[in-house]
Design a protein around this ligand. Structure first.
Ligand code: C2O
Length: 478
């Protein structure tokens, strides 16, 4: 796949925009693709113009929770202009609803699925870039940069004020469908510094940012949690782009990628052409239908003209071959064996002060299931239903594509997680086996005894990681 649109959707896409006669030959050979109802393909594209950076000066994107009153006003004015454009000229491809649709289109609505694949970071980075330039263009400010919702900061766990104040449609950055109120906060077990430290220390891109057919740890972790917790339009990919908060959320997701790359010289993006040459399509601020490649977005500071300030963590170098221990999984793939070698690794990492993370790749959650799932080491642990103790491993989030139908829009890959198990392994290894079970978490509900679901994994790998050091010093926890 050198191109984001897979063959089936490419043809449907062409069929949609080319006059009947021209596409007829193709259409006969290919089953007709039905677009998801909520989701329109983007405008009526001509031949795309390849992206060329205009080298606009790099300006900082800043934490949304720290914006001044005048910066908040500017942001709200920009969304006001975007909404006005959509109302005034519904055919203008820059209008708000078209921008929301292009996300929908790219999550199974016809344009190929970029979630739970290695394209997750790159596609959203490109999307934010065009969104940002369109907003800046509408308010005549070339220095306008999107803010990011720094949800990992314990003081920024509420929705940033720009998006909730006023918490009414008179505020263009408000969205009335949110389930999270202006005073609700994200919870420490969902996102905290320790989790970010674990993410920043992940030794390879595939575990961090995804592979061809599997998602990465950021996507199924804090990224997913915020979608589900904010809820409403944000709670499903088909609709998420309708909420201005979506773009601030994804700027922080984008920052995680930027921070991870900068945390260590050994952190690099994939270098294969199938990744670098994948093309995405967007309208720019002048309504030019533009193609942009993954390789175009990797150096955001030089090519896209924005920066995030210093990374939140640095990751000390380790010896050249840190442990990657493939753990045997049994036939039905619902059981992971913790053998002698794991015991040896526990001792070694204790001696060397490194950490151990369990990379569960390709989680096989029951079809149609979505939401936030606590992951436990066994059925018995899961029945306790409280996320603590060595039996609680962490969580995984599956954001539905559509609110009406969690399985709509055929996902391409499966979620993966990287769980910090440093302090838990001594007890777990004494049991010899892991049988991962999940329990769905529902905010505010008081569930009865939970009915845990067994969950299979494609692969389980024990990763040795350095302890990340927060920018500002002192090792991250214990
Ligand atoms: Cu494309 Cu957070 O979703």
């Amino acid at each position: 796949m050198g191109d984001l649109l897979d063959e089936r959707s490419r043809r449907a896409f062409i069929g949609h925009v080319v006059k009947a006669g021209a596409g007829a030959g193709l259409a006969a050979a290919v089953p007709r693709y039905v677009y998801a109802q909520e989701c329109e393909p983007p405008g009526s594209p001509r031949n795309p113009t390849p992206f060329a950076s205009d080298r606009r000066p790099s300006q900082p994107r800043r934490p949304a929770s720290t914006l001044s009153a005048s910066e908040i006003k500017k942001l709200q004015d920009a969304y006001g202009a975007l909404r006005e454009l959509a109302a005034k000229d519904p055919t203008d491809p820059r209008g708000f609803s078209h921008q929301a649709n292009i996300h929908c289109f790219q999550c199974g609505g016809g344009g190929g699925q970029i979630h739970n694949t290695w394209l997750f970071f790159a596609w959203h980075r490109a999307e934010l870039y065009f969104h940002e330039r369109i907003l800046g263009g509408l308010i005549g400010d070339p220095d306008f940069r999107l803010p990011y919702w720094s949800w990992e900061n314990p003081e920024h766990r509420t929705i940033p004020a720009a998006y909730t104040s006023p918490n009414a449609t008179s505020n263009p950055a408000f969205n009335p469908t949110r389930e999270m109120s202006p005073t609700d906060t994200l919870q420490a077990w969902e996102i905290d510094q320790a989790e970010v430290a674990n993410l920043m220390a992940i030794p390879g891109f595939s575990a961090f940012g995804g592979a061809k057919d599997a998602g990465g740890a950021v996507e199924s972790g804090p990224h997913g949690v915020v979608h589900v917790e904010v809820g409403g339009d944000m709670g499903a990919f088909f609709t998420a782009g309708n909420d201005p908060l979506f773009y601030a959320h994804h700027c922080n997701v984008d920052k995680q990628w930027s921070d991870w790359i900068r945390a260590s010289a050994s952190h690099t993006n994939p270098t294969v052409r199938a990744f670098l040459n994948t093309k995405f399509f967007f309208y720019d601020e002048n309504k030019v239908w533009t193609s942009i490649k993954v390789s175009d977005v990797l150096d955001h500071e030089r090519t896209l003209g924005y920066a995030y300030g210093p990374p939140s963590f640095t990751v000390p170098a380790m010896r050249s071959q840190p442990t990657r221990l493939e753990l045997p999984t049994n036939r039905s793939r619902q059981e992971i064996t913790l053998n002698r070698q794991v015991e040896d690794e526990v001792k070694r990492s204790a001696d060397q002060g490194t950490r151990l993370a369990l990379h569960l790749s390709g989680l096989n959650l029951p079809a149609g299931e979505s939401g936030i799932f606590w992951i436990f080491a066994s059925d018995a642990d899961a029945r306790r239903g409280v996320p603590e103790g060595p039996g609680y491993l962490g969580y995984v989030v599956v954001v539905p594509n559509s609110k009406a139908d969690a399985s709509a829009g055929q996902p391409q890959g499966r979620p993966s997680v990287v769980l910090d198990v440093t302090g838990k392994l001594p007890e777990l290894t004494s049991r010899n086996v892991l049988t991962p079970h999940v329990v769905r978490y529902v905010r505010g509900a008081r569930p009865g005894p939970p009915e845990p679901l067994a969950v299979g994994v494609e692969r389980a790998t024990l990763l040795e990681q350095p302890a990340a050091v927060p920018a500002g010093g002192a090792a991250a926890r214990d």
